[in-house]
Write a protein that binds this ligand. Sequence first.
Ligand code: FNR
Length: 182
Amino acid sequence: MAEFKIAVVVGSLRRDSFNRRLASALPALGPKDFVFKQLEIGDLPLYNQDDDAQPAASVARLKSEIAASQGVIFVTPEYNRSVPGVLKNAIDHASRPYGKSAWAGKPAGVIGVSVGAIGTSLAQQHLRNVLAYLDMPTLGQPEAFIQAKEGLFDASGALGAESAGFVQKWVDAYAAWVRRHA
Ligand code: FNR
């Protein structure tokens, strides 16, 4: 039976998203006592503080899935040198109402793929700022800035051999980080 449930939040809604592909590759690299679940964020309404007292069903679902997890991995592209709005929207939803944030204390990991050479580094830097405020201990090393280029994924859509080795090291470090904060 899995001891650690990890919520995986993907910052892209694109059908053929590189980041979703990366997120989908994580379970195969995780330890046996870890399970990974991608959370749906595409059906969340735009955050409106007026709705805090009566959240939409999709918001309640997101918060309960985070609450049931022992850690959260954010797999995100970079949009205009920051995080995509859909991801920030999900983060804001689950952080409210004030004092009832679902994120607090959950050990976080940040990883992402972009077509640009800086591989989401600025988006990750912005995200780390948000996660610090949300009181999420966030893995610092290794950093994982991945550029989408030939060989990242193989013909079947799985991670290519070289990239799998790199992501495996990141997953190992994140798993150790979660155990440390359990
Ligand atoms: C981008 N892209 C991009 N890439 C980057 O390296 N830095 C950036 O600031 C941006 N900005 C940006 C803004 C917007 C609105 C879009 C749609 C795209 C390109 C981005 O890396 C590329 O579209 C990725 O494929 C997005 O990730 P997914 O959807 O494949 O997971």
